[in-house]
Design a protein around this ligand. Sequence first.
Ligand code: HEM
Ligand code: SF4
Ligand code: SF4
Length: 527
Amino acid sequence: MTTSKHTESVARRMLLRFEGILNKAFGNDLNPFYYLGALGFFFFWVVAVSGAYIYIFYDTGVEDAFNSVESLAHEQPYLGGIMRSLHRYASDALIVVMMLHLLREFILGRYRGARWFAWFTGVPLIWLIFTAGINGYWMPWDTLAHYSTVAAMEWLDWLPIFSEPMAPTFISQEVLNDRFFSLISFAHVTIPVLILFLLWVHIMRISYPVVNPRRGLALGMLLAMLVLALVKPALSQGPADMGIEPRNIGIDWFYLFIFPLLDSWSAGQVWALTIGISVLLSVLPWLPTKNKQIPIAEVSLKNCNGCRRCVADCPYEAVVMQPRSDGMRFQEEAVVIPDRCVSCGICAGACPSSTPFRSDAGYVSGIEMPSMPMAGLRAAMTDDLAKLEGDARIMVFGCDNAADIGKLRSEGVAVMSLPCTAMLPPSFIEYALYENQADGVFITGCRENDCYHRLGGEWTKQRLDREREPRLRGRVERKHGRIGLFWASSTDFRELTLELESFRASLRDLASAQAEANNEADSRAVQ
Ligand code: HEM
Ligand code: SF4
Ligand code: SF4
């Protein structure tokens, strides 16, 4: 059974190898690369809380702004100083995780098709977060603030938005007044509110979004920032002197890198670069690709009883329920929203009518992937299992986005790769073990906490552990030893092969233990 396998890029392989090292160092639960979006939220909240504290002491005045911020470090070094440092370092960390998050989603190809929405709404987030950070650097009104304000205004002056150029306002002390500080402090509260709103929009089409990193990861990050705050507290760089052109300033390269660029490029060129990158990022989801999207899920009303399991399991809020339209006795029916469906097949794995224990050869499930109907999967599995030979015949189910299980096929091993492992209804495992006499079923898919379709790994585990519908039935429970489970990315093929070998050995042990028990029972019966 073949589906739309994603092209494996060098960048993807490198990323997976690097994440493999992080998994070994921290464990999958604490791998920061699996929680980049959630870490973005975490740093945002640290910035918001520390910022709210500093804001209490902020004075809006040409002289007062500098003094009020600088006094935090001297008059209350423990709370004020640490809060200021946390505010700065969490803002820097926000940029790092945001850029890594963007890069990771791009490398893994998780920005096309129905995922365009999260990607597209991410682009204005970049602009807003940089604007808030640059605006923040003006607040303490030190030499860095002066430098970045003049540079930003010269850059903005290139655009035909102000009737008079803004940059000269910041060249003499007399022209600047307190209103500027009221304005920037107002903006410094308003922009983060806009960011929060856009973050809410960003994850609107994602079911059960992970917005909090694991506790250990959050504490580790907080501790690292506290240590940094003590070792290298955030300080101002001397009061702004409007008569002097700022020199020898320490730049925050996370937020202010654009300004040194303005020294060598014209304002127009820097606008062309930033707008060009933004437009390119925005249209990226629609650029042509070699990866083919398989047709989206389809509901068959005749086979839908309105149980809502597909709604509960879809990772992209792509299935909704509506009042029954066909006069059947059930209250509701499932409907797929076409432009939200990523064709993962998880809904088909959740639907009770996907069970292969149905008598009709061409049966149809309540919700199906048109290119891989359940009846077709059952037929393909039955054919493959009939051809197996040997004393440990294994059916392997895997995922198109993880290790390539096609290479595991042998005279004792049949394989079936699905768009996501969670497209597999647990009843197929029971069917393989009892109706088709496979000796064991081995399940694999993307690494733990890193499902390409977000929730497929977790749902599979919960279904097999009988914690989620559709549950694996009691007679085939995992503890009986005939079901193997090992998560492996495309770069973990060697580990996967070893694990399958050890599963095969354990099946043989099980078989000989069973044979011994049968012999004993036979000889007792003869006596
Ligand atoms: C600091 C800013 C950002 C934060 C806090 C953030 C946070 C998140 C979170 C929490 C998720 C859901 C993760 C999950 O549960 O699977 C997510 C998904 C996503 N984000 Fe962001 N994000 C940010 C910026 C961006 C940017 C700049 C882009 C790209 C332009 C982007 C692209 C995406 C995409 C494509 C997804 C969907 C992934 C999928 O479909 O599996 N994000 N983001
Ligand atoms: S295939 Fe099903 S579970 Fe996957 S996104 Fe589409 S509707 Fe949701
Ligand atoms: S899981 Fe199947 S039966 Fe239940 S609501 Fe969805 S399509 Fe209908």
